[in-house]
Design a protein around this ligand. Structure first.
Ligand code: NCD
Length: 301
């Protein structure tokens, strides 16, 4: 087993499949009245969040607690980081506390990688800048596999602000490793060249052939320039509304990592439809992160 999870590229097909299978067993646990396993008793997991997060932070916390680990939540606001303490000094503090795993979200791409050279424990990337978000890709792959039965050969369209999306980057890497075919869709200004993925600027033509449509949030907080004429124009061409959703094959699912801009990239009636897996993704996130913590901290398959 790998020690750190910094990028979805750290996962070969066998390792990724082992994590997804283990997540399945963790999900079965969530059905029970007592949702706890004693596996990580006495181990310490630190959640180090330098950027806002709802789902991911809560999800990692729930995952570590269900495995009986001691959890320390550290957010940059209200800590010595706001007094200018460097990541390295914070790392040394964590090291002194004996953290077995550090889950880090940071606005700078590459921060988890640096951290992994300063601490002895496992480092898990929970989103670094516009770079990667590997556990999101794992929970997304888990959701696709449980809804559609397989990943190999699936046509997955990832739609919207791919340029700023660490979710898209990690998904392309993991999905291609697992045999899915990925098409990136959006305005040319927001679609970077990406080895392994096809590109389209026309959503309507991609939908009839898609098994999965993953809608991405338009990340205005990461945009210094204007990438499209107006929100209305964006929504008209790349938003998924009910009429567009009807172009999808019967079995196709609609995903979104959250947080959503309802009415911008996704219409409320689509987000709340039967095809939507958005709430399921959140639940699956806990199982996927339990699997990652369990396997990285030395659990057996
Ligand atoms: C994403 C993120 O923070 O990278 N959200 C998440 O983790 N569920 C996507 C986003 O912010 O749009």
């Amino acid at each position: 087993m790998i020690k750190h999870l910094l990028s979805a590229a750290d996962l070969d097909a066998d390792t990724a499949t082992l994590i997804l299978d283990t997540a399945g067993e963790m999900a079965a646990l969530a059905e029970r009245e007592v949702k706890k396993l004693p596996t990580l008793r006495g181990r310490t997991v630190v959640n180090l969040f330098y950027e806002d997060s709802t789902r991911t932070r809560i999800s990692f916390e729930a995952a570590a607690k269900r495995l009986s680990a001691d959890v320390i939540n550290f957010s940059a606001k209200g800590s010595s980081v706001s007094k200018g303490e460097s990541l390295k000094d914070t790392a040394l503090t964590l090291q002194a506390m004996g953290a077995d795993a550090v889950v880090i979200r940071h606005p700078a791409s590459g921060a988890p990688d640096r951290l992994s050279s300063w601490v002895d424990g496992s480092v898990i990337n929970a989103g670094d800048g516009t770079h990667e978000h590997p556990t999101q890709a794992l929970l997304d792959a888990y959701t696709m596999r449980s809804r559609l039965g397989k990943l190999d050969g699936l046509n997955v369209a990832i739609v919207g602000d791919v340029l700023h999306s660490r979710v898209a980057r990690s998904n392309v890497l993991l999905l291609t490793t697992l045999g899915a075919k990925v098409t990136l869709v959006g305005p040319p200004t927001l679609i970077p060249l990406s080895p392994g993925a096809a590109v389209s600027y026309d959503l309507d033509s991609v939908l009839p052939g898609a098994d999965v449509v993953m809608m991405l949030r338009v990340q205005t907080e990461r945009m210094q320039d204007s990438y499209f004429p107006s929100a209305r124009e964006y929504s008209r061409r790349y938003g998924l509304d009910a009429a567009r959703m009807r172009r999808l094959p019967e079995h196709a699912i609609v995903m979104h990592p959250g947080p959503m801009n309802r009415g911008m990239e996704i219409a409320p009636e689509v987000a709340d439809s039967k095809r939507s897996t958005i709430v399921e993704q959140v639940a699956n996130g806990v199982s996927a992160r339990m699997a990652v913590l369990y396997l990285l901290l030395g659990g057996k398959a």
